[in-house]
Write a protein that binds this ligand. Structure first.
Ligand code: SAM
Length: 373
């Protein structure tokens, strides 16, 4: 994956002169236009194939090691806390060793001024912070992410878990990390942004392509990318899950490399990523003569559909209206035509060899295809 050219004035980069940032690896998903790649596999193996000093920003949401057969509350129901075998604890020492290993692999690929963000609960975040210090990273901030509507604690023996912690660290003590201070101050209403962020958990719309047990909200990743990277930067997520980091990168014009072990989650991430750049809207309306007082067919469909919410560069590239004429005697489609309006469709029907047939109803279908440029 190549970074976008950060300086458009210097012209497009010569592909031959650009470093290959993923030697010998085949992504499962690749959007070359928007510089997004998703790899399936163990992040340790894939990180090892990425050259040193090439990534601007890393966001990692590693296993929390909290799948301990406990219970929690989801949508008002008692459910297991178990997320999957990847989230099972192997004991504090082995868990810490794992954290140190992947953090070292991330540190190697970070540019000298690059930085890393790691999210986690108490089960993992202290080990992450300690490993960062052991590796000589520079701790920059710890952010408390507050979830306004956390699920209640069913055991009633603890406080409701309403926060997660994000540690932000630079590659090493010499790093001069990126921090878009002015933008953050603007987003905080003209005051310095605090290290407590209130952001709702992902809503149903963010989960419409499928569920991931620990999906992060796109808004959280957007805040991180806006704070600590610039347009054209290369962002990496070694535990990509449902692809939230890649989606935020795409929306904010950053390049992204995402790595995920589980193929089902890779597919979910790819579906979500494609949906940011491609949308198809289809509608069907039906006009029946029996519903019209004066026995005329009228187009009552509403032309002003809600705008499609995608990237600012999204354009409507194709629209097709098709009219299907249903016979009154035999209920079947006796004629169909692509036309701009119902009147034009009728003109076409009356000029056809089916004009003598009685029509029971006309069905209009409309397809719109939107693509991000
Ligand atoms: C906490 S979840 C990440 C969720 C993600 N932030 C999102 O918004 O959907 C951790 C993910 O890491 C994956 N995983 C676990 N071990 C891995 C490894 N060694 N390499 C790559 N992915 C791994 C799991 O399958 C899981 O989807």
């Amino acid at each position: 994956m190549e970074s976008r050219n950060p300086n458009p004035e210097s012209g497009p980069l010569n592909p031959e002169s650009r470093p290959r940032l993923d030697r010998g690896l085949n992504p499962v998903f690749h959007d070359p236009k928007h510089h997004i790649k998703i790899f399936q596999g163990d992040c340790l193996e894939i990180l090892a194939a990425i050259p040193a000093d090439t990534v601007d920003l890393i966001f990692a949401d590693p296993p929390y090691f909290l799948s301990n057969d406990g219970i929690t509350c989801h949508a008002g129901r008692m459910v297991s806390v178990n997320k999957g075998t990847w989230d099972k604890s192997k004991g504090p020492d082995a868990n810490h060793e794992f954290n140190k290993t992947w953090l070292a692999a991330c540190q190697r690929v970070l540019k000298p001024n690059g930085s890393i963000w790691v999210s986690g609960t108490a089960h993992v975040i202290h080990s992450v912070g300690f490993a960062m210090q052991q590796l000589g990273m520079k701790l920059l901030n710890d952010i408390t992410w507050v979830k306004p509507n956390p699920p209640p604690n069913l055991s009633c023996r603890y406080f409701t878990h309403a926060t997660e912690t994000l540690i932000w660290a630079a590659k090493n003590k010499k790093s001069r990390h990126t921090f878009n201070y002015k933008l953050m101050r603007e987003l905080a209403g003209g005051k310095q942004m605090k290290s407590v962020w209130q952001i709702p958990a992902p809503d149903r719309d963010e989960k419409r392509f499928g569920k991931h047990p620990t999906q992060k909200p796109v808004a959280l990743l957007e805040r991180i990318l806006l704070a600590a990277s610039n347009e054209g930067d290369l962002v990496l997520d070694p535990f990509a899950g449902s692809g939230t980091t890649a989606i935020a990168a795409l929306r904010l014009r950053r390049s992204a490399l995402a790595i995920e072990l589980d193929m089902a989650f890779v597919q979910l991430a790819a579906r979500r990523t494609v949906a940011v750049t491609v949308a198809v809207r289809m509608r069907a309306d039906c006009y029946a003569s029996s519903l019209d007082l004066r026995a005329v067919f009228m187009d009552r469909s509403v032309d002003e559909a809600a705008p499609v919410e995608m990237l600012p560069t999204t354009q409507l590239v194709h629209r097709e209206r098709k009219y299907f004429f249903v016979g009154a005697v035999h209920r079947e489609i006796v004629y169909s035509v692509v036309a701009d309006s119902l009147q034009e469709a009728w003109r076409s029907f009356r000029a056809s060899c089916f004009q003598h047939l009685d029509i029971f109803s006309v069905i209009k279908t409309e397809t719109e295809i939107y693509l991000a440029q």
